[in-house]
Design a protein around this ligand. Structure first.
Ligand code: ADP
Ligand code: MG
Length: 663
């Protein structure tokens, strides 16, 4: 029988420390929260080597009496809580009395502190939680804590530390939130000696937003202020047209504490319902203030979650505050001139999703573009058109359907360097074109059921003899007849054996893109932006992206640091909308943050890129585009979208007959 023993205090402390101190950012969080609780008006955070070298937090708060200094490092030692009933009304950020104990258990700590009323301060050194002697020391008013050799005595944890830059990124994001949570405190963050964040501490939230989140983000914000019962809501939200690509720019503070809350996110987003483009998220800096007995902050060791006593009241207060602010702007918030029915594929050409390999193979080196340029491209079949061409509609390009080849291999490019504006007038051909192939009353269905033949163009490399024994047996099956498209999203097809298929065109295209990107060994085609775009992201997001520049390059983005949480984008992949660059980069940053392993991060990135390069439900698609999608689904190449949703549903004749009570 195993003997049950109580762990000795040292091991127990290390275990407890693991919960509070997960990484350098957790140390910074706890130390800065202590500084805020100490009433500081200025806090300086210094980080070296992502915090693994050194973390120093200085404040000008109340300081600690020298005789109490060792006690501050004991577990469950706090000045903020006395009795159980106090737990129901916590007004400070800290209350567990665990942070200093936990931090000192896993590092080497030096503290120097002086209260205003003392002439001499005190210092103390601790190693692995073991304190030395308290010594008298000269010190400015306030407290400075220096943490070195984090996790030196817990090798298991040390092993799991990410790269220094990832840790720095996490601390940068945290500092942003801390600075936003207390505009009345001046925060300064020095990273390896460089000043990267400095808020004035003038008590104005917009000053803090400007300093922490950047000018561009601050400019697009609407001020909000509202109250519902005991719940007060104030801060800033993004205008509907400034929707973001992820939730990374949503910051919520409850009684001065940065928290993550699905309830608050839901309330915010509900306020924007029908006002934001699909796939976009609002950004915000929202402070929710309510009586301390209405919120339980003791639900998470890192104190990043809270529980509201009256969830509905909080939801309603946030929702109505947001809604009112958006309503007050007057007029349509989102240009209603582009309802779903009128949405035109804002991409130039669906088929331009071509990889550079195909481009080189078909365009030849002679026509190789300057990096990123859109090049007028003459496919080989322009000169020699197979006779079996079929025109689907009047304005459709006179181009043989057979020659469309694999998706993305037939660019009909315009020489312009950038994507056309979303509804630019220079696209009459597509806008006037009916989304459906014209009804062919004059011709029997068999005429429409063309047989895709192997392209005749002689320039194409001939398939070596002998590789295709029994050519006839390989004749592709008759293609599905496209009956039409409904809701500008679903393609309706009929197969020869009497089944009806509904295909989700976005999902199908996304899958095709995903496979193409996944299997491509060539770098993607890029487009150079006429003017490089400065994309404002959060500091954490920007740092994550900068740390992954080679990966971004691989995906077709050419970016560089622009300072202050912004990234300068020079090139984007050719098959995404240049105007989407900022949203895509935000989403990529979210992918990078969430991915647990390099493989998972890469896969997530592929998803994002595949989705962004795909046609969307609601866009007008040409018959040729629909045909390519249908053929891919028919051939079984495409079954599920990368997110696992089906791309097609099938209705058999029998099922239809049952529905109509014929069978
Ligand atoms: P908690 O913050 O939950 O009380 P900590 O372990 O973080 O627990 O801190 C223990 C105590 O040390 C605090 O309650 C506070 O009295 C004191 N203390 C810690 N940091 C500071 C600081 N920067 N300035 C003044 N007092 C501090
Ligand atoms: Mg604390």
């Amino acid at each position: 029988m195993p003997r049950i023993q109580q762990l000795d205090a040292h091991v127990a402390d290390l275990i407890a420390a693991g919960e509070v101190v997960e990484r350098p950012a957790s140390v910074v969080k706890e130390l800065v929260e202590n500084a805020i609780d100490a009433g500081a008006s200025a806090v300086v955070v210094e980080l070296r080597r992502g915090g693994m070298g050194l973390i120093r937090v200085s404040d000008n708060g109340c300081g600690i009496a020298s005789e109490e200094l060792p006690a501050a490092f004991l577990r469950h030692a706090t000045s903020k809580l006395r009795a159980a009933e106090d737990l129901g009304r916590i007004g400070t950020l800290g209350f567990r009395g665990e942070a200093l104990a936990a931090i000192s258990a896993v590092s080497r700590v030096d503290i120097r502190t002086r209260r205003r009323e003392d002439t001499v301060g005190a210092s103390l050194h601790l190693e692995g939680g073991v304190p030395g002697e308290v010594e008298a020391a000269g010190a400015p008013e306030g407290t400075t804590i220096l943490v070195r050799d984090l996790f030196y005595n817990t090798p298991a944890r040390l092993k799991f530390m990410k790269k220094d830059s990832a840790e720095t990124a996490a601390v940068s994001g945290l500092m942003q939130h801390l600075a936003l949570s207390h505009p009345d405190i001046s925060f300064k963050f020095l990273k390896d000696g460089a000043d990267t964040l400095h808020t004035p501490g003038d008590g104005r939230l917009n000053s803090a937003v400007y300093a922490a989140l950047g000018r561009d983000f601050a400019r697009g914000l609407l001020a909000v202020q509202g109250r519902g019962g005991d719940v007060e809501v104030s801060g800033f939200i993004t205008a509907p047209l400034q929707g973001r690509g992820s939730r990374g720019m949503q910051s919520f503070f409850v009684n001065g504490r940065f928290i993550k809350s699905q309830l608050l996110t839901a309330a915010l987003e509900e306020g924007y319902r029908n006002q934001l483009m699909k796939g976009k998220f609002p950004g915000c800096v929202l402070a929710v203030t309510l009586p301390v007995n209405q919120v339980d902050v003791n639900v998470h060791p890192a104190k990043t979650q809270v529980k509201f006593a009256q969830e509905k009241a909080v939801f309603d207060a946030v929702y109505h505050t947001v809604l009112d602010a958006l309503d007050q702007r007057g007029g349509p918030l989102f240009p209603a001139a582009r309802p779903a029915e009128a949405a035109v594929n804002p991409r130039g050409d669906f088929f331009q999703a071509m990889d550079s390999k195909t481009f080189r193979e078909q365009g030849g080196e002679a026509s190789k573009p300057a990096r990123g340029d859109r090049v007028p491209f003459r496919p080989v079949w322009d000169t020699e058109r197979p006779s079996a061409s079929v025109r689907l509609s009047d304005s459709a390009p006179e181009r043989p359907l057979e020659s469309l080849g694999p998706l993305g291999s037939v660019p009909e490019r315009s020489p312009e360097p950038l994507r056309r504006s979303k509804s630019g007038p220079e696209r009459p051909a597509r806008e006037q074109r009916s989304p459906f192939p014209p009804m062919r009353q004059d011709a029997p269905p068999s005429v429409v059921r063309w047989k895709p033949a192997i392209p005749q163009a002689p320039e194409r490399p001939a398939i070596p003899q002998g590789e295709l024994p029994g050519q006839a047996a390989l004749q592709p099956p008759a293609p599905w007849r496209i009956a039409g498209e409904v809701l500008r999203t679903y393609i309706i097809c009929e197969s020869e054996d009497g089944c009806v298929y509904l295909i989700d065109k976005h999902a199908a295209h996304e899958r095709i893109n995903f496979e193409r990107l996944k299997s491509s060994t060539e770098p993607p085609m890029r487009q150079a932006l006429l003017t490089p775009a400065a994309v404002e992201l959060g500091r954490e997001e920007a740092a994550l992206l900068l740390e992954n520049l080679p990966l971004l390059e691989e995906f077709g983005f050419s970016c560089e640091d622009f300072g202050g949480g912004a990234i300068l984008v020079r090139e984007v992949p050719a098959d995404v909308d240049a105007g989407d660059a900022s949203a895509i980069l935000e989403e990529i940053a979210a992918n990078l943050r969430e991915g647990r392993s390099p493989a998972e991060r890469r896969e997530n990135l592929l998803h994002t890129m595949a989705c962004k390069a795909a046609i969307k439900g609601g866009w007008t698609s040409s018959p040729e585009e629909l045909r390519v999608l249908v053929d891919k689904v028919q051939s079984g190449e495409v079954k599920y979208c990368p997110h696992g949703r089906p791309v097609a549903v099938k209705l058999t004749k029998n099922e239809l007959e049952k529905m109509f009570k014929r069978a």
